[in-house]
Design a binder for this molecule. Sequence first.
Ligand SMILES: [Zn+2]
Length: 573
Amino acid sequence: MNNSISIKNGIVYDPLNKIEGEKKNIYITNGAISEKPHPDAKIINVDGMIIFPGGIDIHSHIAGPKVNAGRAFRPEDHIIDPIPKTKKSRSGVGYSVPSTWITGYRYAKLGYTTVVEPAMPLMEARHTHEEFLSTPIIDKAAFPLFGNNWFVMEFIKNKDYDRLAGYISWILKATKGYAIKIVNPGGVENWAWGKNVDSLDDHVLHFEVSPREILEGLAKVNEILELPHSIHVHGNNLGHPGNYKYSLETFKTMEKINASSGHNNVLHYTHCQFNAYDGSNWGDFCSGATEIAKYINSHNHITVDMGQIVFAKAATTTMTADGPWEFALHHISGMSNWGAKPGVKWINGQVEGESGSGLVPYYFDPKIGVNAIQWAIGLELALLINNPWKIYLSTDHPNGGPFIYYPKIVRWLMDKKTREDMLNNQVSKKASSNTTLTNIERELTLNEICIMTRAGPAKCLGMKDRGHLGIGAIGDISIFNLDNKNLNGHDIEKAFSNSEYTIKDGRIVVHKGEIKASPIGTTLISEGKIKEDTLNNTLKEIKQHWRDHYSINFNNYDIGEYYTPKKKIMNNI
Ligand SMILES: [Zn+2]
């Protein structure tokens, strides 16, 4: 077993290396892409099938305390989707919040090999990494939450960006994190007092900083540290009619941030669909996607992911660090959206001095106007933003729907006929009258899908060792049984639902949709560039104030090395 494979006669898509549908052999030697075949390599012939780099999910809630709270409070979610054990895989349960082992298997079957958990409360980092350790096959990264953190807001109030950089770098090391995540900046701290923020210039109670200052301060420090990814932002006012204007305001405020050497974009604006709403209330609710796309098409400092909603067979479990939004959703859904009767439940969470969270089950109903419009907005964004390097596929799993529905989304993006069938026969007419989806002719190509699910996220995350098939890249590959000369909606969805082969670090982990091996993946970490004495001075100051902020001892905060036996530090070089 030397993790060496020769893949013969596949049709290769490798957008980062400008290869689009070429018949080629791909060689993997000892787990990495090589120029020549290893003499003892296993040979597989995939004549006519398509070859992509392993999939990369830039935003999916798969591990940590709120994910586990989601498992615990919805037993009805599991009984609809039990998964038996096989010779090579463990048993478990789905549906919208699968158990950890099932999460790894299901991603691998879809051809995904790297997944980002985008919301790790700092103090709950141990829990997040414990779940990573029992999520097999895929590589994982976690984003610590900084947008409502007391130390962060104090440093920003004092305009002390050196200390802020020291703090961020220390937290990334202490929690084994990857990038700066910001959720409803300022709003979640105000939620501890029963309030939210209304605009970018509203005030955070007791801290006298604004959401705008938090965003600018963290974006500035992201570039000082030269982190591989940009700041990763869940905007203010998520989920509310008219919020596209706040999104544009956020984009504009980032225009003045200078990107560090490694990347062009200074802002990744996540699950954009939920922040692309026009109208002033739920009665006149309509799409703001055209305005968002127009801005993104004419600027290069932003990337987004879709946050597509799907019409799943059962309610999904929404979960976010945006506590006030889940409170609002709990009220909205309690009044109008219990057709599927998932039960009126709500969890509110608070992590001392750091962040909050909330969970609510929610059923997206195709016959309800607002839900149909939300569905159309996600697709509008992906189809109206011209450059696929700027928008990536996501459902904000499990918020817009479980990730197992990705093949259906790919079908909607690639096949106009399927969209027309949805608009004419399946969803409320509001999707046609209140969005522009009916007028969009564009059908994405296989190459564009490969960018949105692999090459684009790799570039945006600054993960240079993956998302492509160049010499030296890790041997993560997905192979789909699909004829690129004869594409139709049905075949596209079928092929992407179960990979012919998924290869992880040169090892076959899935064949014909079945798990063949489940190695443990690597935890990806980044720390940023920081001077030793800046870090030490910051820590000295933090220690002095520690007991004002926390009920736990400073020495117990750093999670140590135990939880990351297999790690890779991805600094921006
Ligand atoms: Zn999210």
